[in-house]
Ligand binder design. Structure first.
Ligand code: ZN
Length: 154
């Protein structure tokens, strides 16, 4: 006969901070000014957004800053319907990897601007390669939410 154990529920929260460093600080300061900046690798020419201090492909330090367009194409996306600890937005919402024009990598952000409960509209608007553009927040604090979301370009 299996022994019964009593349990009790407890939630653990883990507030934390990390140092942004020079590269991410400059990237977020750019967002406050309405600019999306990346860094360009002197070795292979790839442009990274968010900016990186070195190229993860050829391990060359990135020293050149470039402005990229606040629009690009969806590389992949997912619809988040479930709640989990630490979410900054109430589900449902869409997160996508967006390749901004002028960059060579995916930039993770929210997709919005339409009714996510309409499955037909969701399928029509969110496809790999679909064009999207940034919607800037009217209040900017030099953080990732200075861009509210990206919306499909009709
Ligand atoms: Zn490189």
């Amino acid at each position: 006969m299996a022994k019964e154990y009593r349990t009790m529920r407890n939630d653990v929260t883990l507030p934390y901070q990390w140092a942004l460093g020079k590269t991410w600080s400059r990237f977020f300061d750019g967002l406050k000014d309405g600019r999306i900046q990346g860094t360009k690798c002197a070795g292979c020419g790839r442009v990274y957004v968010p900016a990186r201090s070195f190229c993860p492909v050829c391990f060359t330090d990135t020293t050149q800053w470039v402005d990229v367009k606040p629009e690009g194409k969806i590389l992949t996306w997912t619809l988040v319907r479930e709640k989990y600890l630490g979410q900054v937005q109430e589900p449902p919402y869409v997160v996508a990897l967006i390749q901004l024009d002028g960059s060579d990598c995916g930039f993770s952000h929210f997709i919005g601007g339409f009714d996510l409960s309409d499955a037909g509209q969701l399928k029509r608007k969110l496809k790999t390669g679909a064009k999207v553009k940034a919607v800037w927040s009217p209040v900017r604090n030099a953080d990732i939410r200075d861009i509210t979301c990206f919306v499909p370009v009709e």
